[in-house]
Design a protein around this ligand. Structure first.
Ligand code: AKG
Length: 275
């Protein structure tokens, strides 16, 4: 349920922490689904899931993780966040809602080990349209709202996601940005002035507008940090990397989930004869 406090805090800080968004059974099923995926080199495929990375030391992204079975399918419209996401992406009754409420343009699990992190990126100062924070005409109309779910406990030293609260409205670049950006000298958000760690228990979720400056701390503890990220935007969006949902996934999804995964009917459905 969306509360007035959710609205206040999301507007003010650009994020919410949803404690116990998933049950421990749901977390266990998601972890088992990831365990069933064999180790892959980046670029390799397992069914419709591809191993991917942005750089050398950001860990492995298992892209199109919503193809990994029912526990991942239920994240598409999970009751712990779907109404909040719909509210913050907004657009009901407008052209933005023409094909449905939402579209997921990227979904992946990220597995990250010691020494790995992702550098600082995004921020209101960039003015990027795709991930923008927008409140206009009395309602939210954000370009991209992310759900980042912890599948392991993420405490001190575990490489927590880091955010700069309020930076979705920033007009200036954080002076530490260049040094800590993705691929920068530090390439992690540790010691960035104004940034905080979003420490979470397995099953908690971080909801945030992608315009907020964010990244992660470097993992120093042994073992692996596991998260899943689903990015939601308006129904007319397109895939970030060009992946497409498989016919099998589309076939087995509920109509509500299919509408979020593929809002637009692809036309023509069959090759057409030239007339
Ligand atoms: O890996 C993390 O903790 C941050 C994820 C991130 O940068 C993103 O979802 O855009």
């Amino acid at each position: 349920m969306l509360t007035d406090m959710d609205i206040y805090l999301f507007d003010l800080r650009g994020y919410l922490i949803l404690e116990n968004a998933l049950t421990q059974d749901e977390v266990a099923a998601l972890n088992a689904g990831i365990d069933a995926i064999p180790p892959m080199k980046h670029g390799e495929w397992f069914g419709y899931i591809q191993s991917h990375t942005f750089g050398d030391d950001e860990g492995t992204n298992l892209q199109q993780i919503y193809e990994a079975g029912e526990p991942f399918e239920r994240l598409i419209d999970h009751p712990s966040w779907i109404d909040k996401v719909k509210h913050f992406v907004g657009g009901e009754g407008t052209f933005d809602y023409h094909h449905g409420p939402l579209f997921i343009d990227e979904n992946f699990a990220n597995l990250r080990g010691p020494g790995e992190a992702i550098g600082l990126h995004s921020g209101g100062h960039t003015g990027v349209k795709r991930n923008q924070f927008r409140f206009h005409n009395g309602r939210f109309q954000c370009g991209q709202v992310n759900i980042l779910i912890a599948l392991t406990d993420i405490g001190p030293g575990d490489g927590a996601t880091m955010i700069i609260p309020g930076s979705h409205k920033a007009n200036f670049e954080n002076p530490d940005f260049e040094k800590h950006r993705m691929g920068g000298e530090e390439s992690s958000v540790d010691n960035v002035t104004g940034a905080i760690e979003a420490q979470m228990k397995a099953g908690d979720a971080l909801l945030f507008v992608d315009a907020i400056s964010h990244g992660s701390a470097k993992r120093v503890n042994p073992g692996e940090r596991r998260i899943v990220v689903y990015r939601y935007g308006p129904s007319w969006g397109n895939f970030r990397h060009g992946y497409q949902p498989s016919p099998e996934l589309l076939e087995r999804l509920t109509p509500e989930r299919r509408k979020i995964v593929q809002p637009l009917q692809i036309l023509p459905r069959e090759p057409q004869k030239q007339v």
